[in-house]
Design a protein around this ligand. Structure first.
Ligand code: M6R
Length: 596
């Protein structure tokens, strides 16, 4: 089966060719998938251009924007199963190419639907699960339905998740969209209307958006936007104004989004800290909790681990951390006295959403999210927004430090230890200094770029930082990296340390410092090349390590997570570039993981 994460777009414009607009919008969604792309527009009939490959490459060959018509749909695909081929690229069509559909999600019962449709005489051209949708719509249109009701009937037959956009040759001024468990928003411009997987894709055209809920449909037509429930009843929805600007989703002179986003981190933390008063108000309303549980995936999981150390040290409350994908296997000890904190930049991660749905009504839920109106924000009881702006690079950077800023604010307010606010307010400045180490980090990257393995070690607050360093390295350089609790090395992984293996030691001043230093000596004795991150006053560390990245002495371990992660992000970024990898679009990964 061909499962997709993918990004979808649909638009209806006012006497303006749709293809160039669709191409521009779909490029903004490329972070969601980048193995195939396709556009369909409708004028007298439906015209499609699609192929496998990155958008720019396919565009070079096919002139994707050279299609007639002022309405259409587009898609960028990320397949987890099945080949990224031209046939499997979307839009997918019915037997006569009268109906075209783009889809993000998984049709779980596609096999039985396909067999049934083949039995009824339909001819399939791809291996995708999606292709059943245009054939189902075709079947219902042939039974006398219009595109909207045929789509409603088709999604009634489907099990699984979907955000779709459909067009039909016989209704040339209509785009129909629907969602269940995959994100879909509607954009309202001046006499032009959009549907999209997310807001940055259409920001150049409008910042007025409506968030569709599961089982809702939308019809874009010359009359405007109509949102309906699954039974066809019209529903009134709130229109949100997004305060992100189109240039926030541009590279702004940087070679990659990731580099730009790394540099935006001090500002992102500053802005997130401005949300202090909202957190203060929220904490005042909290009932008494006797337990906190963080749930997240990937980088957001690493932010949660820092949360555990903070909450246990500052608030003095037992705190667990769960990987969202593991949560369902241990969820039944929660009660009303537990605060479950879901951390997710996208607010759409399927594993996190599933865990949230399991917890709701069992315990109190709080979500820390970057994307306004995303599904998680609509389902959690309390919501805190990080103010990182749109993050396009697949590797999470500025959203990570913004999540940390929220967690620190929350822990400080829940503990009442307001004297720590000053230390927190100093963090953006320390992050600025960390960014000034870029040239040194480039040299270190050059030195170690051909290594086969890297180790990242730290204790306490520095352990999650080490894990995050290793994740960044794996994700965008394809080099094997392990993030290890420094004390655990001798319980196994020390056997992997040989002559020249780079070990990055995260060693800020504080309780864990001396013990991590002993672990540095252990790896050095086995031939490791140690890259130390520590205080500029730390003469012992400087003496021990081969390369040293220095920070202000005032940054102790409890407040080190935001500044200390920056050199690790930059190290991976530069190794990635030196290996001619595109750090914004690492292979096999997508920004928003909407499948379990
Ligand atoms: O949107 P989320 O924060 O829920 O995403 C979770 C992970 O998929 C994400 O943090 C991933 O690990 C990063 N892209 C890694 O850089």
């Amino acid at each position: 089966m061909v499962k997709c994460m993918c990004g979808i777009i649909g638009c209806l414009l006012d006497n303006k060719r749709a293809a160039p607009v669709l191409l521009n919008c779909v490029k903004k969604l490329e972070y969601r998938g980048y193995d195939s792309v396709g556009i369909a527009t409708s004028s007298s009939d439906i015209k499609i251009k699609k192929d496998s490959g990155k958008i720019d490459d396919v565009h070079k060959n096919l002139d994707l924007d050279d299609l007639p018509g002022d309405m259409g749909i587009a898609h960028v695909r990320w397949a987890t199963h099945g080949l990224p081929t031209k046939e499997n690229a979307h839009p997918q069509t019915d037997c006569k190419d009268n109906i075209a559909v783009v889809h993000n999600g998984i049709i779980e019962n596609y096999k039985e639907l396909k067999d049934q449709l083949i039995g009824e005489g339909h001819q399939f051209k791809s291996e995708t699960d999606t292709e059943v949708i245009p054939h189902l719509i075709e079947k219902y249109v042939e039974m006398g339905n219009n595109l909207e009701s045929a789509t409603r009937l088709a999604i009634g037959d489907i099990k699984g998740s979907y955000a779709i956009a459909a067009i039909c040759r016989d209704e040339p001024n209509k785009v129909v969209g629907a969602r269940k468990e995959s994100p879909l928003i509607v954009g309202k411009g001046e006499n032009e209307y959009f549907i999209a997987s997310d807001a940055p894709a259409i920001l150049e055209h409008t910042n007025k958006v409506i968030y569709l809920e599961d089982h809702e449909m939308v019809v874009l037509s010359e009359e405007g936007i109509e949102i309906k429930d699954i039974k066809g009843n019209v529903i009134k929805k709130e229109i949100f104004t997004i305060d992100w600007t189109p240039d926030m989703a541009e590279k702004g002179g940087y070679a990659h989004f990731m580099l730009k986003e790394i540099h935006e981190q001090p500002e992102a933390v500053k802005k997130t800290l401005l949300g202090e008063s909202e957190i203060k108000k929220m904490v005042k309303k909290f009932p008494d909790f006797n337990r906190v549980c963080f749930v997240a995936c990937g980088t957001s999981f690493h932010a949660s681990l820092i949360g555990k150390y903070l909450f246990e040290n500052l608030v003095g409350i037992p705190t667990d951390v769960s990987l969202a994908s593991e949560f369902e296997y241990s969820a039944d000890t929660l009660d009303e006295k537990t605060l479950v904190i879901f951390i997710t930049q996208s607010g759409e991660t399927a594993d996190t959403l599933k865990a949230l749905r399991l917890v709701n009504h069992m315990a109190k839920t709080l979500a820390i999210v970057n994307v306004l109106g995303s599904t998680v924000t609509r389902e959690a009881e309390y919501v805190i927004y990080t103010r990182a702006g749109p993050e396009i690079g697949v590797a999470a950077t500025k959203t990570y430090v913004s999540q940390l800023a929220c967690i620190y604010l929350l822990a400080i307010y829940m503990s009442g230890k307001m004297e720590l606010m000053e230390k927190l307010q100093n963090i953006p400045e320390y992050m600025e200094t960390a960014l000034q180490k870029e040239e040194l980090i480039k040299e270190i990257a050059q030195k170690y770029k051909d290594s086969r393995d890297f180790f990242f070690i730290g204790r306490g607050f520095s352990f999650p930082t080490a894990m995050e360093g290793a994740l960044k390295l794996k994700e965008i350089t394809y080099i094997h990296g392990e993030g290890y609790a420094a004390g655990e090395l001798k319980h196994g992984p020390l056997a992997l340390i040989d002559e020249g293996v780079p070990v990055v030691a995260v060693t800020p001043p504080g309780k864990s410092h001396d013990k991590t230093l002993s672990n540095v000596e252990e790896v050095k004795a086995r031939g490791a090349h140690v890259i130390g991150l520590g205080s500029s006053e730390d003469g012992v560390l400087k003496y021990e390590v081969h390369d040293m990245i220095e920070f202000e002495d005032e940054i102790d371990e409890m407040f080190s997570s935001m500044p200390y992660v920056i050199p690790l992000q930059l190290l991976s970024y530069y190794i990635s570039v030196m290996k001619s990898i595109d750090p914004d679009k690492p292979k096999n990964l997508a920004k928003c993981v909407t499948v379990e």
